[in-house]
Design a protein around this ligand. Sequence first.
Ligand SMILES: NC(=O)c1ccc[n+]([C@@H]2O[C@H](COP(=O)([O-])OP(=O)(O)OC[C@H]3O[C@@H](n4cnc5c(N)ncnc54)[C@H](OP(=O)(O)O)[C@@H]3O)[C@@H](O)[C@H]2O)c1
Length: 264
Amino acid sequence: MTITTVRKNNLSEGMLSNKIALVTGASRGIGAAAAKLFAEEGAAVTLVARTESALRSVVEEIIAKGGKADYIVADLADPASIIQAIQTTIDRHGRLDIAFNNAGVATPVSSITEITEQDFDLLQAVNYKGIWVAMKAEIKAMLNTAGAGAIVNNSSVGSFRGNPGLSVYGAGKRAVNSLTETAAVEFGPSGIRVNAIGPGTTMTEMIGQLVAQDPEIIEKSNAATPLRRAADPHEIAQAAAWLLSDRASFVTGVVLPVDGGARA
Ligand SMILES: NC(=O)c1ccc[n+]([C@@H]2O[C@H](COP(=O)([O-])OP(=O)(O)OC[C@H]3O[C@@H](n4cnc5c(N)ncnc54)[C@H](OP(=O)(O)O)[C@@H]3O)[C@@H](O)[C@H]2O)c1
């Protein structure tokens, strides 16, 4: 499936023109699609992940198309590393306007009784604590520099309901929903909007790993999805871009399903 978008001739006219953006988990998948889209929409984007070669290649692609991007290698499981990444973004660009906290991992598909403590701890460190650490630093950075801002956290359709086989993943994402709503309430008065997106099945490496364990996982997901297909990462990125843009200026505290109707 190929999803196309209308590219702007003038980046200054984009939905995110002149925004300083940070995207975590931008080395591939949804985060890489988001970094490319945000740059197409006029933002200067700092990409964050652990794999330098992949980050470099996405940044080169963005720059080759006339966009603005740079990268920072950081590990969401290491709080000092993500705090440093946000500080480096400020050092490079002078401010932070928008952040997409997208990086995440999944646990192997297994029941609550089978999942290991090690997998539990890694997932919570990256998907839950990592988002909290990042938001904390981003909110402070936005207030101290731009004086306002917008954050989107990447949750999951699995956060809304029981999530057989991926219980800890779903629970961690539900925690992200709660952090999102509370941050929106606490920092709305200061001019910071905080929202989340809840993607359904999206064709990335993460899903590839799950397919290796359960070859029918996509068919099962499609059957439970009114649009009867999985998403292209670009479709998820579009929702994040809109929520981060001034077009969503009165939207905060929302967890927006981007799931082909699976939640309905
Ligand atoms: N694909 C889906 O069906 C789906 C559905 C709902 C929600 N989501 C959520 O969407 C987000 C992106 O997932 P994806 O599908 O694009 O997965 P992906 O292709 O596996 O990409 C995950 C990204 O996160 C980064 N990452 C992982 N661990 C990290 C760490 N410790 N520190 C820094 N970066 C880290 C990876 O980069 P490095 O390995 O280079 O660090 C990569 O850029 C996740 O939060 C996921 O839970 C995905």
